[in-house]
Design a protein around this ligand. Structure first.
Ligand code: MN
Length: 418
């Protein structure tokens, strides 16, 4: 599909992240006004709550949009999602007859504050990237035993904390936690010294489910995708994770990009997961291409410094798609809700410069990487970490907005009440 031309001129630039082909969903506010649903088009946010109020978005079951979250619309299901997309495409296409009615509801992106685009009902994080699992397993268990015996058969996951999910731009405070002590007997409680990122994609469940769903059904339940940084305290994780998996090491914060890029916008970029090393059981097999070719990068900017791109990779590296992870998630009968967020797991490519965490990039801190003006093993106070993603179309680009956060120093005393 080529670029769909819009009367919003800025949306027609081939490298602009928000062309008419994209129409990502966010929540924005302007000075003195409450947060509400908006859709990015070029350098603007289209106030879709105002369009709905004026009768320009007649959707079955409406209203959905004069609220600070997309959950109501997501729960309405794929037919309503498609109707919204079709109607917005008509309203914003070059030569649209209703241009004069729509134009007053464009707000420059530079004038808005962006909020979490949906209410996160629950958050599950997976470990579905093979290069990452192999690298981490090699560091901890050696390359012969890198992948646990279940890894090629199920997308391994753990239940995270919805309450810790924050929107891009929110500062993150270096956590305190319990770590293995220097004598390996008595642990210590101290600020994390191995604070890290995880480059991930997040899939957002639109329609809820009861009971097990197939991979095809799971794919149809997904409303869209965001960039996701699963901040991780490696020293806390190393002490706490056995035998139930990560807990406090992953509970400080998880940052997501402010725009939900819909499954419809990503459809031209569908690709199959890599060839299986061993066949999956039938209920987890992929009935068609359900992964996406999305180019990803991570930038690290020291306080008062310049940015270095420390990793470049693609979402197409994942061994399991979000649809497979979601199908597995429901296989026990676990109900899924509108607003469930599923992290993919760290996305690492096969090469050194395509690793999606500092743990891998610096090989556990043994091989610090070079950045402009210094080196890094793990994140230092004041560093800003920024994830970016784009799918390259025929004369257009689908972007997500940035997923960024700055690390604040640990509190002197985390229990101080003053
Ligand atoms: Mn993770």
């Amino acid at each position: 599909m080529p670029l769909l031309r819009s009367w919003v001129d800025s949306a027609n630039a081939p490298d602009h992240p928000f062309p008419l082909n994209n129409l990502p969903c966010g929540v924005f506010s302007t000075e003195g006004e409450d947060p509400r649903c908006g859709v990015a088009i070029g350098d603007h946010v289209l106030d879709v709550s105002a369009l709905e109020e004026e009768g320009l978005l007649p959707l079955p079951g409406a209203p959905y949009l004069d609220v600070p979250f997309w959950n109501d619309l997501m729960e309405a299901g794929p037919e309503v999602w498609a109707a919204l997309r079709a109607r917005l495409t008509v309203l914003l296409t070059e030569g649209a007859k209703d241009r004069a009615k729509v134009a007053p509801h464009l707000v420059p992106l530079a004038q808005v504050e962006l909020h979490l685009p949906f209410l996160v009902s629950e958050y599950t994080d997976f470990y579905a990237g093979q290069n990452h699992a192999f690298n981490v397993g090699s560091m901890f268990r050696g390359p012969e035993n890198a992948l646990p015996p279940n890894w090629l058969h199920i997308p391994i996951g753990y239940n995270g904390r919805a309450s810790s999910v924050v929107v891009s731009g929110t500062p993150v405070r270096r956590p305190w936690g319990q770590v293995k002590g220097p004598d390996h007997v008595v642990p210590a409680f101290q600020p994390s010294r191995r604070f890290d990122i995880e480059l991930e994609m997040g899939a957002i469940v639109g329609t809820p489910s009861q009971g097990p769903v197939t991979v095809a059904e799971a794919d149809a339940m997904i409303f869209g995708y965001v960039l996701l940084n699963d901040w991780s305290a490696r020293d806390i994780q190393g002490w706490e994770y056995q035998p139930l998996g990560p807990f406090q090491s992953k509970a400080t914060a998880t940052t997501i990009s402010p725009w939900i890029v819909t499954r419809a916008a990503l459809a031209p970029f569908r690709t199959s997961t890599p060839a299986r090393e061993v066949p999956l059981l039938p209920h987890l097999q992929e009935p068609g291409p359900m992964l996406y070719d999305i180019a990803l990068e991570v930038g690290l900017t020291p306080e008062a410094g310049v940015e270095t791109i420390i990793a470049r990779t693609t979402y197409a590296e994942m061994y399991y798609s979000a649809a497979q992870a979601l199908a597995h998630h429901t296989s026990s009968g676990c109900p899924m809700n509108t607003g469930d967020l599923l992290g993919s797991g760290t996305i690492s490519g096969p090469t050194k410069d395509s690793r999606g965490s500092l743990l891998e990039l610096s090989w556990g801190g043994k091989e610090p990487i070079a950045i402009t003006g210094g080196t890094r093993s793990f994140i230092e106070d004041g560093d800003t970490l920024t994830l970016r993603g784009k799918a390259q179309g025929d004369g257009y680009t689908i972007g997500f907005g940035t997923c960024t956060g700055t690390l604040l120093p640990a509190l002197k005393d985390p229990y101080s009440r003053t």
